[in-house]
Design a protein around this ligand. Structure first.
Ligand code: ARG
Length: 473
């Protein structure tokens, strides 16, 4: 048991209490951020004359030695310490002696952990953003190759109107683009430095919080010290944005599972991304897609967990807040892994344009266009809707489709039908005539794709973070 306090106690902490309270098993992830924060803090303390330059140099050398030794595997993080902050401070004192005891001047673990978690989360937001960008690139590649790949569009999972694979994927492009915007939004909002808030009420030392913030690339210091140590909104926002990413991935996975089924065969998931059955030799299962869909639950769980943890906490810091870490870390790992796996699955997936087109030809996906044809001949839309409804019923009874009927049969239902109907309701016409922006017609799609390419050329959040220390997951 190694802890930073004990002066006012007459008894040792009960072992079970110590273990219950300790957080090093999971906050050891914050090691690099803890060193980074201490480095900035000490640099500022010396600039303000609170530490001498010599003391600063001794501490900085000690800190970088600890960091190097842990990174190189020479030094192991001692999990008997209470938390990562205690480990770094104890190790520093062990190395450089009494000067090391000055590290915590004008600081509390409350603002320290608030800083560490923010630094760590900031990096993970940027990583998630980068992975989303990669996914968008894969989606856009598929779109560009499939502008003329006709497929049925669905409502209620019933064939509705024909569209293209490019158009269908474009919907996901929009979703994941909004997810990236959410990352950028929350990044901007969270990018303020809580260090200097102390335990809750600031400190009496003449700290330069602007300077500390600038050393770590923050937009500035946070403006209320009580909020600084007890704000976890940014984590809730991040978990909410991650939950939305998972919801989108899960919908996409659901479609891929359906499309990959024997009944649909719109896509074929690559062998490298499929799994077999221990009993049924013929099976090739879409486990990756199913797992991504399944893991959505645990990410939602992390969001609900933190919302619930935070709901009854009075100002300012309370130990409940230590519960902000484990499930958040799990959610970050889960989403990053899912994005990587999903990208790989998508990149290697085979699209069966023949199957999609065949499917689009069946199921009366051109019924709306047939009604529109009659409108073109002067029939009011509501009447046209009724006529085509009867036509569909006729086809269902004869087990055929509208385009296969003879002109006489068509005229039997409405004398407005002429030979030009066949062209007006062909699969190609149905898609290519939908040319308003946002529609599947190739010309409309090309304009949108051009915008998407331009968008992907813009800089990503990862370009903003110059720090290289994110290597230790
Ligand atoms: N492990 C603690 C946490 O994650 C660090 C802050 C401890 N502060 C305190 N007053 N006990 O929140």
């Amino acid at each position: 048991m190694a802890q930073l306090w004990g002066g006012r106690f007459t008894k040792a902490t009960d072992r079970t209490v110590y273990d219950f309270n300790a957080s090093i098993s999971f906050d050891k992830r914050l090691f690099h951020e803890d060193i980074q924060g201490s480095t900035a803090h000490v640099t500022m303390l010396a600039k303000q004359g609170i530490l001498t330059e010599r003391e600063r140099d001794e501490i900085l050398e000690g800190l970088s030695g600890i960091r190097g030794d842990v990174d190189n595997g020479i030094l192991e993080i001692d999990i008997n310490c209470e938390d990562i902050h205690s480990f770094v401070e104890a190790e520093l004192i062990r190395r450089i002696g009494d000067t090391g005891k000055k590290l915590h001047t004008g600081r509390s673990r409350n603002d320290q952990v608030a800083l560490d978690m923010r630094l760590y989360t900031r990096k993970r937001v940027a990583v998630t953003d980068g992975l989303l960008k990669e996914l968008l690139t894969v989606i856009l590649d598929v779109m560009e190759e499939n502008l003329g790949t006709y497929m049925p569009g669905f409502t209620h999972l019933q064939k509705a109107q024909p569209t293209t694979l490019a158009h269908h994927f474009g919907a996901y492009f929009e979703m994941f683009r909004r997810d990236r915007q959410r990352m950028a939004d929350l990044y901007r909002r969270m990018n303020y430095c809580p260090l200097g808030a102390g335990a809750l009420a600031g400190t009496t030392y003449p700290l330069d919080r602007e300077y500390t913030a600038s050393l770590m690339g923050f937009a500035g210091p946070t403006l209320n010290s009580m909020d600084s140590v007890s704000d976890r909104d940014y984590l809730i926002e991040f978990l909410s944005a991650l939950s939305t990413v998972m919801m989108h991935l899960s919908r996409f996975c659901e479609e891929i599972i359906i499309w990959n089924s024997n009944e649909y065969q719109f896509v074929e998931i690559d062998d490298a991304y499929s799994t077999g059955s221990s009993i049924m030799p013929q099976k090739k299962n879409p486990d990756v897609a199913e797992l991504v869909r399944g893991k959505t639950g645990r990410v939602y769980g992390a969001l609900l967990s933190l919302l619930t943890t935070m709901k009854g906490i009075p100002l300012a810091y309370n130990k409940d807040m230590q519960e902000d870490k484990e499930m958040t870390f799990d959610a970050m790992d889960t989403v990053e892994n899912c994005l990587i796996l999903f990208c790989g699955m998508l990149r290697t997936m085979r699209f069966r344009s023949d199957r999609m087109a065949q499917s689009a030809m069946k199921g009366f996906t051109n019924a709306t266009d047939a009604a529109d044809y009659l409108v073109g001949k002067g029939v009011p839309f509501r009447d046209a809707h009724g006529i085509i409804g009867r036509l569909v019923l006729y086809c269902v009874e004869k087990n055929t489709s509208i385009d296969k009927l003879s002109l006489e049969e068509l005229k039997g239902i409405s004398d407005q039908f002429e030979a030009d109907l066949y062209d007006a309701i062909s699969l190609e016409t149905c898609v290519e005539k939908r040319l308003t922006i946002g529609g599947p017609g190739q010309e409309a799609m090309r304009a949108v794709i051009e915008k998407y390419r331009e968008y992907l050329g813009e800089s990503a959040l990862a370009d903003l973070t110059t720090d290289e220390s994110y290597t230790d997951r």
